[in-house]
Each structure stands twice: as structure tokens, then as C-alpha cells.
Design a protein around this ligand. Structure first.
Ligand SMILES: [Fe+2]
Length: 432
């Protein structure tokens, strides 16, 4: 029987999901919570019928959108009989086949990372879940994972044809796919042939637990995943006034210092991942930024990390200001980085104009600025910034900040765990 299908890989950070397409029907593998709307759009635009959803195992590092999609599409959710799920999945195990269009995938039991792991094999591909990753394997230290089972599962993968394309559920290094031949020669866990050594190596790994793991597993088992809710400025204010919700502002500290809604907490978007633990718990967060874009991205991160009481202030600060709601404004100087950009750009423009209209010797100005910026980039020390910081208005601002007049930004790191057993990945991930 013809078994052809296309594979579209959809990444949400290190989490990889797959939309397989054959004769107008689709199969969705390991759907991620933040991509529910994307899958929906893709299926609609391509005019596909969703024939099935597969969760290769109960994910511990992110929430699956299987529950949301299963409620919308009349198709089965396939999982191992060992998976604990309130969604009534169609149980599949070794020897079963999942069909979609004219494509089909054979189900393999693939314990090791968890005891409820399955892999899907067919059409020259293997969807390995978190058992076999590119250059690594899934960790085995929770959800009834087992290094011995992992070794046996990998041994079975080695028997697949060398050109079989490997599609994992996670990758932490930006890889997209691999082959069995590549993994057999380059993946240290596949290269290992001594079962005892393999088990000893796996057991020697000390890895951080994925962040908020217990909560994520609970949501995935209950099928209680929610999509991001967007609220208007009126709704946001109502919720804040009720005292049940708190405002999380994800703008940069300099933006927050200039104008902010109070009370609120400032955790800039680029620091959110390392500060998750400070936001976890039973708190309900309204996420806000200037226009709503960064807030939506931040809410996606919080949601994927298992925090369910999250909503996004749709127009964020802009919407709040339009309604005339109260804010605190503070006159803050331009950041040093912006000052450098402004001064350097001005010098280049003025020098060039003078070179055109006065004397070519003025070309020395843009050339000097250019060399200075290259030097600053290479050495990470900027003379212009140092000079600017000596100006009185910058000095005053820094003194004020040192005295505690700054933003409510939280600093300090925290570890986030994921699923990897990669020896280079000490902050924890799905891989070894
Ligand atoms: Fe996993």
C-alpha cells in the first residue's frame, strides 16, 4: 500500500510538533499549547481534515494542546495504554497502525524516557517522541523512566534502515531532523553497546527537574489546558480592582520606569524564562506591555510552563491610557545604549555631509566612529558610553537608581528544567 505523506515540523522553542498530510487528511503529533491557533489556521487554510492527534507521551515540560483540539475536531487522540489521561484517548501500542489519508504509521512501544512513550514508524520516518533525540536521548529520571528500557528501545531503532529520517519531540540545539545512520555513528547513547555502562551513565546524570513539572503533568493528565485569554483595558482594570489578579509588565526596565501602571511587577520579556519560579503558584497574572505583542509572547511562555491563570491585556498600556486610567510617570534619561546610537549616528551623518559639501578630510569623522564601534563590539567596552556616563544628568540618574529609585524589576537567576539528558545541558531539559 502506498504510504506517502508530507511532514511539516512546527517548533515552539525546543518543543517540536508535526503536521503530517496525506490526501487531504492530517495527523498532528505532539501539539504544543502555544501553537493551537497556528494548527487551526493551517488545517483551515490547507482545507485538511484532522484525522487524528498523537501525544507520544505525557509531557512534563510543556502543556499539550491535544485537549483543546480534541474538543474542536471529531478525531481520536492516540496515546499509550499506560498514559493517564481524562481525555479518553484511543489506546495504541506495539503493532497498531494509525491511518490518515493514504498514509499510515506503525506504533512502537518505546519506553525509557517515560513508561507511556510510543514511537511512530512509517514512510521512511520515525517520530521518536523524547526517547531518541538528535545526538542525545530523553532523560529517564521521572515518570517511570528507565535506562534499561531506553537501551532496549534504542537497540530497536538501530534496526531501522539507515536512511530513516528521525523526527524527535525536542531539540535544544536548533537541529531539525537526523537519520538513523547519523544517530548510530554520532549519538553517544546510540554508539554505546554495553547495557550496564549505558545504565550507569544514565543514572550518573544529575539533572534539574523541568520547571513546574508537577503542575504541567497534572494539566496534561486532566486535559484542562486553556488557551491564552485576551482582555480589554476595562476588563483588566476590573480584575485588578477585584484584588484577585496582579499585573505583570514585561517591558524593558527603562520603559517601565518612564510610565507604569501600579501596582505591578516588572519582569522584562528577555528575563522571563529565568524568573518563572517567582511567578508560579496560585497567582493570577494579567500580562501587559506597551501594545500587547510582547505580553502575548510572555503569556505563551507562562502558559507552556503550566501556569493557567494567565490573560493578556489586549492593547496593554496603550489601551489603558486611551481609557484615561491612572499611571505613574517619571522623567527618565535616555538609556546609555540609545544615547550612544544617537550620538554615533549624528556624528556619522554630520561628518559625511561635511565631507560632501566642505572638505573630504571630514571623512575622518565617520571613519573614526566606525572604528570605535567595531572596537567596542570586539572588546565589549565602549569609550563613548563611558564619556556619556560622566555627563551630569546621567550621573544623577545613576545615583538615584543606586539609592533605590529604580523599577520593580526582579533580578537573580533561577534554573529551569526541561527534558534532556545532554551532558552539556545542566539546567535540565528533556534530553540526556
Ligand atoms: Fe518528555
Amino acid at each position: 500500500m502506498d504510504n506517502t505523506f508530507s511532514v511539516q515540523q512546527i517548533a515552539a522553542g525546543p518543543c517540536l510538533s508535526y503536521l503530517l498530510e496525506s490526501n487531504g487528511q492530517a495527523l498532528l503529533i505532539d501539539p504544543h499549547i502555544t501553537k493551537a491557533a497556528y494548527y487551526r489556521d493551517l488545517i483551515r487554510k490547507k482545507g485538511l481534515t484532522l484525522a487524528g492527534i498523537v501525544d507520544t507521551h505525557t509531557h512534563a515540560d510543556h502543556i499539550s494542546s491535544a485537549a483543546i483540539l480534541k474538543a474542536e475536531y471529531p478525531c481520536p487522540l492516540y496515546m499509550s495504554p499506560k498514559a493517564i489521561s481524562s481525555l479518553g484517548p484511543k489506546q495504541v501500542s506495539a503493532g497498531d497502525t494509525i491511518e490518515f489519508g493514504s498514509g499510515h504509521l506503525e506504533v512502537w512501544d518505546a519506553p525509557g524516557h517515560t513508561d507511556d512513550s510510543i514511537a511512530l514508524v512509517g514512510g521512511g520516518c520515525v517520530f521518536t517522541g523524547d526517547v531518541l533525540m538528535i545526538g542525545s536521548v530523553g532523560r529517564t529520571d521521572f515518570q517511570n523512566g528507565s535506562p534499561a528500557d531506553m537501551f532496549n528501545t534504542l537497540a530497536r531503532f538501530k534496526e531501522l534502515p539507515d536512511d530513516t529520517v528521525v523526527y524527535p519531540a525536542h531539540d535544544y540545539k536548533g537541529h531539525k531532523q537526523s537519520t538513523i545512520a547519523q544517530e548510530k555513528t554520532q549519538n553517544p547513547f546510540m554508539v554505546e553497546t554495553d547495557k550496564r555502562a549505558f545504565i550507569a551513565n544514565a543514572e550518573s546524570k544529575v539533572l534539574a527537574k523541568p520547571f513546574n513539572m508537577d503542575q504541567i503533568i497534572q494539566v496534561n493528565r486532566e486535559g484542562s489546558a486553556k488557551e491564552i485569554e485576551f482582555v480589554t483595558a476595562e476588563q483588566a482594570k476590573e480584575r485588578l480592582d477585584s484584588g484577585d489578579w496582579q499585573l505583570l509588565d514585561v517591558r524593558r526596565p527603562d520603559e517601565y520606569e518612564g510610565i507604569r501602571i501600579l501596582p505591578s511587577l516588572n519582569v522584562p520579556l528577555d528575563r522571563l524564562q529565568s524568573r518563572m519560579s517567582e511567578l508560579a503558584g496560585d497567582k493570577k497574572w494579567i500580562v501587559s506591555c506597551r501594545s500587547g505583542n510582547r505580553a502575548a509572547a510572555a503569556a505563551g511562555m507562562l502558559l507552556a510552563a503550566g501556569m493557567q491563570n494567565i490573560c493578556v491585556a489586549k492593547d496593554s498600556l496603550n489601551g489603558w491610557l486611551k481609557k484615561g486610567y491612572p499611571v505613574v510617570r517619571e522623567k527618565v534619561p535616555m538609556s546609555i545604549e540609545r544615547q550612544v546610537r544617537t550620538v554615533a549616528g549624528s556624528l556619522v551623518a554630520i561628518g559625511t555631509l561635511l565631507a560632501i559639501f566642505a572638505s573630504k578630510w571630514f571623512l575622518i569623522v565617520p571613519m573614526f566612529v566606525g572604528c570605535g564601534l567595531v572596537f567596542a563590539g570586539l572588546t565589549d567596552s565602549c569609550m563613548m558610553a563611558e564619556l556619556l556616563m560622566k555627563l551630569p544628568y546621567n550621573k544623577n540618574a545613576m545615583q538615584k537608581k543606586a539609592a533605590g529609585g529604580g523599577a520593580c524589576s526582579l533580578d537573580g537567576g533561577s534554573s529551569s528544567g526541561t527534558c534532556s539528558m545532554d551532558s552539556n545541558n545542566k539546567d535540565g531539559s528533556c534530553a540526556m
